[in-house]
Design a protein around this ligand. Structure first.
Ligand SMILES: Nc1ncnc2c1ncn2[C@@H]1O[C@H](COP(=O)(O)OP(=O)(O)OP(=O)(O)O)[C@@H](O)[C@H]1O
Ligand SMILES: [Mg+2]
Length: 303
């Protein structure tokens, strides 16, 4: 349980299938939009606030794993691939410590790329992660996590579908490029299908603008168009926090530590910290606020 911090989802809301813990997936089919960076920095920020956090790396590139300084060799036999492909492999066995207090990891590895093939004949393959998480929250009494954050690969494949089926919420990081809204609309269609066919209940927590350059006119224009379009068609879903482009982010990641911990005074760390504040507020408000009555990205118009 949390070390004295408030639960992220209140019991009054009916919580989630995982008690008061949200499971937040970082999703965007587009590559290189800062899904991993946002996931690992939110994890670090929540841990800093005294929450116990589990990060799940569902990407064969294993960037979230290396971002915590964990080598792929360390991850063997203790990783997301086993979790998804082995029916009796419990979540507890896949968990590795990151060295950051309050923050554990289910590492990813290149083997995750085989999951589609390995599970092709399996019934319920889309719900493997959800099943393991539910089992964990049912059976483990102590040491539950206050939040689970799932980093997804840049495709809407079986791994991302596992994440979305398990998730209570999703965050969609976007860069201010022309394709941004098209991707969101496509994701909306997938989520609608998951809701209908697999009983998923994932809701959009918000859209996070990343790698923004305020000196580039195109970035500024696209940001404005994006915000207007999202507000008009979905509601108030664009996080107020904007993460600007800054080289310290990739330097920190290459050094095996999220920027929030490696360069805590940097503007990027400040942005991720205020993003975490917004996430906590939105999760807490979710119960009785506009977000609950919000569309679940269904029928999102393309383009
Ligand atoms: N604010 C930023 N400023 C500068 N570089 C950034 C910023 N955010 C992320 N990056 C860098 O951009 C690259 C892509 O980021 P990241 O890996 O988080 O994206 P991703 O969406 O997870 O990519 P993929 O789709 O391949 O998984 C990384 O090298 C990362 O360090
Ligand atoms: Mg990534």
């Amino acid at each position: 349980m949390s070390t004295g911090s408030k639960p992220l989802l209140s019991a009054a809301s009916g919580g989630s299938p995982y008690g008061s813990a949200p499971v937040v997936a970082f999703v965007n089919e587009k590559g290189g939009v800062a899904k991993t960076t946002s996931c690992v920095n939110l994890a670090a920020a929540l841990a800093q606030r005294g929450h116990r956090v589990l990060c799940v790396d569902l990407d064969p590139q294993a960037n979230a794993t290396t971002a915590f300084g964990i080598s792929v060799d360390q991850a063997i036999e203790r990783e997301a691939h086993c979790l998804l492909t082995m029916p009796r492999f419990p979540l507890e066995r896949a968990i590795t410590q990151t060295g950051i207090e309050g923050l554990d990891l289910v590492p990813g590895s290149a083997r995750l790329a085989d999951c589609d093939k390995a599970l092709v004949m399996e019934v319920g393959r889309e719900g493997r992660l959800r099943g393991k998480l539910r089992e964990f929250y049912r059976s483990v009494i102590a040491d539950k996590y206050d939040a689970v954050l799932v980093d997804c690969p840049p495709s809407l494949d079986l791994l991302t579908i596992n994440a979305l089926t398990a998730a209570t919420h999703m965050v969609v990081p976007v860069t201010t490029k022309f394709y941004a809204l098209k991707g969101i609309a496509l994701l909306g269609d997938i989520v609608a299908t998951l809701h209908e066919q697999l009983g998923a209940s994932v809701k959009l927590l918000g859209i996070l603008v990343t790698m923004f350059d305020k000196n580039t006119a195109l970035d500024v224009t696209i940001y404005r168009l994006l915000k207007e379009k999202v507000e008009r068609e979905f509601g108030n879903y664009v996080f107020s926090t904007i993460v600007t482009r800054s080289v310290v982010v990739s330097e920190a990641e290459a050094g095996g530590l999220p920027v929030l911990l490696r360069e805590p005074e940097s503007p990027a760390a400040g942005a991720y910290s205020s993003f975490a504040d917004e996430v906590v507020r939105r999760l807490g408000a979710h119960v009785d606020s506009a977000l609950d009555a919000s569309p679940e990205l269904t029928g999102a118009p393309a383009g």
